[in-house]
Write a protein that binds this ligand. Structure first.
Ligand code: FAD
Length: 434
């Protein structure tokens, strides 16, 4: 039977059309080969990536290439891209690794961001903005009855955007490249290089083989699924109650207010979380729902379907994209650094515990991590003590706000999150006031 090299396969489907017995099937993220395969080999030259092999062919292990740079960043989300951009802007040699073949895709986000979280990094550009937001509505649901609260803005603070993250994330990586970083897609970090307890690089694998890349500093920006922290000996396990589990449809053909985000606080349908409707322009919206993990017997996608069916203006829409994802709503782990390594963004659990917003925090953390890494390298000391400046500055800035929101979240048990008192807290967190 033909075998598929997953590190190379880009799921393009070119091989499927030439197979005479229909033995190849392009599943969403996997190319499957069925028993009907005759091993005729016609598919082999059709593959642009050289990912198919006849079983009897000797698998020639690709040589391990050795490489080195000042900083390796694992993960090209907003946190990793900004970290790479900042470190490169300080004149360091930087390698930004992304395991997916397309930066920013698939999206795992409702794509909302406040104006003042975005502006320190990049000027808003219609190329990656789907909608401009000028107001927010919070709907509390109690015993099935809805009450609508219009959150009052605080001038520019309330203005925000719904992004097109497929483009936005890539633009940030392009900024890193323009600053001098090397960007490598479809290349996954598989582990860390260590000298004793010190992190001295990464092992990475992509279509071009396996590489050992020595680095003075490794920045783990590898998202909710982060493994860099664990590999480095940092405790990043999330308690179940500190994770929101979410599902979202991009609904097309619906009648939504084009500049208003809506949050539904419904302890029955979204226990410990909320449902949202974020306009995306052109009669489309990201319609999603997040639940505190473990609080509902039904999966979020089922609750979301119920939420949509119970609102006429949504049920007329057509789901053109389904996404699923987890959001850490925890306090960041006690340690975010170790010798030669720092964590940023979702990997460091730096998401707002009340709203689940993490794009702005990831970019802020990325910039701080890039800057601290640069000064540690310049001083010739990348020990945990030197890098702990990152932890202190984070804790004194956004970390303080996160700690406050974590305490507020703990003060209001899930059943009380449709109360008026919680409403004031939530309205403040989404950038307005009740
Ligand atoms: P990510 O954006 O997750 O990027 C991590 C990257 O690392 C990924 O590209 C991944 O492929 C890559 N990677 C992982 N492992 C490896 C490896 N071993 N080697 C190489 N690459 C690797 N936040 C908001 O601010 N606003 C919202 O409206 C919002 N809505 C959300 C809705 C949902 C349903 C979800 C799930 C999240 C939402 N968030 C929102 C949170 C937001 O998406 C994240 O906080 C943000 O993306 C964090 O950025 P990051 O760079 O830390 O991680």
């Amino acid at each position: 039977m033909i075998s598929v090299d997953a590190a190379r396969c880009c799921y393009c489907g070119a091989c499927v059309s030439v197979c005479p017995v229909g033995a190849l099937d392009l599943q969403e993220t996997r190319l499957a080969v069925s028993e009907e395969c005759m091993e005729c080999g016609l598919c082999l030259p059709a593959c642009p990536m050289g990912a198919l092999r006849a079983t009897e062919a000797q698998v020639r292990p690709l040589p391990t290439i050795r490489d080195s740079c000042d900083v390796v960043v694992v993960g090209a989300g907003p946190g990793g891209a900004v970290a790479a951009w900042e470190a490169a802007a300080h004149g360091l040699s930087v390698l930004l690794l992304e395991k997916r073949q397309e930066i920013g895709s698939p999206v795992r986000c409702a794509e909302g961001i406040g104006h003042d979280a975005l502006l320190p990094f990049i000027e808003p550009d219609p190329a990656w903005i789907s909608a401009r937001i000028s107001s927010a509505r919070i709907i509390t649901v109690h015993d099935g009855r809805e009450r609508v609260w219009q959150a009052q803005g605080r001038g520019e603070r309330q203005v925000g955007y719904v992004l097109e993250r497929r483009v936005f994330d890539r633009v940030l990586a392009e900024k890193a490249a323009l600053a001098g970083a090397r960007v490598q897609v479809k290349t996954a970090a598989l582990g860390l290089l260590r000298e004793g307890q010190r992190v001295v690089g990464v092992v990475a694998e992509g279509p071009w083989g396996r590489r050992e890349i020595a680095a003075r500093v490794v920045i783990g920006a590898d998202g909710i699924e982060s493994r860099v922290g664990r590999w480095a000996g940092l405790e990043t396990t999330l308690p179940q109650q500190d994770q929101m589990t979410c599902a979202q449809f991009l609904l097309a053909g619906i009648d939504v207010a084009p500049h208003c985000t809506c949050y539904y606080l419904d302890p029955v349908l979204a226990p410990g979380g909320y449902a949202w409707v974020f306009p995306k322009g052109g009669q489309r919206a990201n319609v999603g729902l997040g639940v505190q993990a473990g609080l509902s017997a039904s999966a979020p996608v089922e609750l979301l379907t119920r939420f949509i069916e119970s609102h006429a203006f949504l049920s007329q829409g057509n789901p053109v994209t389904l996404i699923a994802g987890g959001v850490p709503v925890a306090m960041p782990p006690a340690r975010l650094v170790t010798d030669g390594c720092l964590l940023v963004g979702d990997a460091a659990r730096q998401v707002d515990p009340l709203t689940g917003g993490g794009i702005g925090n990831a970019m802020a953390a990325g910039r701080l991590a890039g800057r601290v890494a640069a000064s540690a390298i310049a001083a010739g000391d990348v020990s945990a003590v030197a890098l702990s400046r990152y932890e202190h500055e984070w804790a004194a800035g956004i970390g303080r706000q996160m700690a406050r929101n974590f305490r507020l979240r703990a003060r209001f048990p899930p059943a009380e999150r449709c109360s008026e008192r919680f409403l004031s807290v939530f309205a403040m967190a989404v950038g307005g006031s009740k």
